[in-house]
Ligand binder design. Structure first.
Ligand code: PLP
Length: 396
């Protein structure tokens, strides 16, 4: 009846959100969502920040600048500097979650048919955004050290891609869904390839601060200063969603000034500006040093939860699942050793009141039907142990 655009004639919604209906099942233990733990939100710090923000009536109740409130941009630039990437407020655009940043970038950079490289398995919202944009998505394999950069190099050197890629999307630190972190050598090699073949690396980094094991690695953005010619080819996204609260919807992007300027124009038509109210709260929260004070509590809790999940899988289901312990983030990527279809197994699990996301949601092609993603962030340690017990029982 209606004349929709081709991309929206028969769109498919998020496969993860489809699972949400089961969350209402009484007693359900969920390893499914990538939601932070509600009890780890810094209510006190955020309430104090909100009280201070509300004093600034004009700044936070009026429309704000499209590129973000100056006070927040200053705080985010300091946060990036503390993370090892010195950056100035003007290098950065505040977005309504980092999800919006990716959408803006696609509007500005990617036309239908453009080749975009994506690590696989990948964050489903990225795959969905690329599909809606009509990009020609080429998937690249990953292993425990993240994106297989050697395979990418071979592909580029052989010139077998349909066109020169416009951009490559990666979550190099504690990836969603695999939990993998790109090694230092691969980071350097990837930057060299971007400089040589002139494609943008989109570094999506919502989880980098959630490290509970091992030493921190420099972000691709930070490292780009050491790899000649690569700095202009990195677009960096980050977010307060996983380290403060997703309800703020505060993300940001850092990119070459020519890209940023165009993203600001795109944002003008999308939402005029991100909510000045939550931006002001975020700015106050950061200015008071609350993130530094609270983050160790979150990281410590996730370390315990991750250990609980991995230990329980190892002790209760050793013959059923294989997985790799992540050093941070929110996710354990696992595989059913039987090669059984994880979607069938999920149905049995839902009957036992436990759920996860079957791996198929994270693939564009070459699906591994036996893969599954378990998030340890939201449930408590005891729930995690009970949940894995139920998963074991669902094996029959
Ligand atoms: C890899 C990745 N990128 C981006 C996002 C979205 O973050 P935001 O809340 O900042 O939009 C998520 C959320 O789960 C994510 O896992």
């Amino acid at each position: 009846m209606f004349a929709f655009t081709p991309a929206f004639e028969a769109p498919t919604g998020s496969p993860i959100r489809e699972l949400f209906k089961y969350l209402a099942q009484p007693g359900m233990i969920s390893f499914a969502g990538g939601y932070p733990a509600t009890d780890l939100f810094d209510r006190e710090g955020l309430d104090a920040a909100a009280a201070r923000a509300s004093q600034q009536t004009t700044a936070c109740l009026q429309y704000g600048p499209t590129d973000g409130l100056a006070v927040l941009k200053d705080q985010l630039a300091s946060l990036m500097t503390r993370r090892g990437t010195p950056c100035a407020a003007q290098d950065l655009l505040v977005t309504t979650g980092s999800q919006q940043g990716f959408d803006l970038l696609l509007r500005v950079m990617v036309a239908a048919g453009d080749v975009v490289l994506v690590e696989q398995p990948a964050y489903p919202a990225t795959l969905q955004a690329l599909k809606l944009q009509g990009a020609d998505v080429v998937t690249l394999p990953v292993d425990h050290d993240g994106l297989d950069v050697a395979t990418l190099a071979a592909l580029l050197d052989a010139g077998t891609l349909p066109r020169v890629p416009k951009l490559l999307y990666t979550v190099p630190t504690f990836a969603n869904p695999t939990g993998a972190t790109l090694s230092l050598e691969r980071r350097k090699a990837l930057l060299e390839l971007a400089a040589r073949y002139r494609f943008l690396i989109v570094e999506d980094d919502p989880y980098g601060d959630l490290r509970f094991d091992g030493a921190a690695l420099p972000s691709l953005l930070a490292l780009s200063d050491q790899v000649p010619g690569s700095r202009d080819w990195v677009v960096h996204f980050s977010s307060l969603s996983k380290i403060v609260a997703p309800g703020l919807r505060v993300g940001w992007m850092i990119a070459h000034a020519e890209i940023l300027r165009r993203c600001v124009v795109a944002k003008q038509t999308v939402d005029l500006c991100s909510s000045p109210w939550t931006q002001a709260i975020a700015a106050e929260y950061l200015a008071q040093g609350s993130l530094e004070r609270h983050l160790p509590r979150i990281v410590d809790a996730y370390a315990r939860k991750c250990r609980a999940l991995c230990d329980a899988l190892e002790t209760q289901m050793p013959e059923h699942v294989a997985f790799h312990r992540p050093a941070g983030g929110m996710f354990v990527w696992a595989r059913l050793k039987s090669d059984e279809n994880a979607a069938d197994y999920l149905r049995a699990c839902i009957e036992k009141n436990v759920m996860f996301v079957p791996g198929a949601a994270f693939y564009k092609d070459k699906v591994d039907p036996a893969a599954l993603r378990l998030s340890f962030a939201a449930p408590g340690v005891e729930e995690i142990e009970v949940g894995v017990g139920r998963m074991g029982a669902a094996m029959g």
